[in-house]
Design a protein around this ligand. Structure first.
Ligand SMILES: C[S@@+](CC[C@H](N)C(=O)[O-])C[C@H]1O[C@@H](n2cnc3c(N)ncnc32)[C@H](O)[C@@H]1O
Length: 212
């Protein structure tokens, strides 16, 4: 029997690029551990961005079990280093295993355990090609400020899940996460140091290229 055709454009987009067995099993681990990995289309977007930027230095906030990290590493330059921050040592240990099983050389990952807002001030200004965020939504406005500081000119800030469950479009939603996401989406749009692009993949991937 012929496979069912995709029922929507977004389903087609999600299925456009398949993942290999390593990513499929890492994804299953993330779901088991309650640490949901990025979707397939977001993963593909990260790999694309890292490749287009020929990224050698990337920061990720929210390592999780390493699904987004592996997409980034596969797009980056062969000697590029991914600095990835997570507050949960157990999930970061899983990510470390996933990277090794995928054949990533140990020197290509710098895994830092800690709260992002404690770690980010220690990273070098202008030293990074790409900053990818998938962590505490209430902290996104602060990640935006750190991102502008950490990126080189031409570098890209990528904030994931900014349209989380459609909440920011619903004026009745006033919880802390929704307010923070609304704030960061507005601030990035108004920031004249950045060229923004809001992509409707996953639950919203907000990109912004740093001009100077
Ligand atoms: C949705 S998971 C990330 C999934 C990952 N991007 C992937 O594709 O596998 C979010 C992660 O952010 C981490 N996190 C949450 N708040 C954080 C914070 N304030 N600082 C650092 N990490 C944080 C959590 O421990 C969790 O592992």
């Amino acid at each position: 029997m012929a496979p069912e055709p995709p029922s929507s454009v977004s389903e087609y987009v999600e299925g456009y690029l398949a993942e290999d067995d390593t990513l499929v099993s890492a994804r299953a681990l993330g779901d088991q551990l309650g640490c949901p990995p990025v979707g397939l289309a977001e993963g593909a977007a990260l790999r694309f961005l890292a490749a287009a930027l020929r990224a050698k230095a990337v920061v990720e906030i929210g390592t999780g079990v390493g699904v987004s990290g592996l997409h980034l590493l596969r797009g980056m330059a062969a000697d590029g280093v991914l600095t990835s921050i997570d507050v949960e040592p157990e999930v970061q240990a899983v990510a470390k295993r996933v990277f090794r099983q995928a054949g990533v050389a140990p020197g290509r990952t710098r895994l830092i355990m800690g709260r992002a807002l404690d770690v980010l001030p220690r990273l070098s200004d202008g030293g990074y090609d790409l900053l990818y965020v998938d962590a505490a939504k209430t902290e996104y406005p602060e990640y935006h400020e750190h991102g502008v500081r950490l990126l080189r000119p031409g570098g890209v800030l990528a904030l994931d899940h900014v349209l989380f469950q459609g909440n920011i479009a619903n004026p009745a939603r006033r919880d802390a996460e929704t307010l923070a996401l609304r704030e960061v989406v507005r601030k990035v749009r108004e920031d004249d140091r950045l060229v923004p692009l809001l992509l409707p993949i996953g639950d919203g991937l907000l990109l912004a290229a740093k001009i100077t």
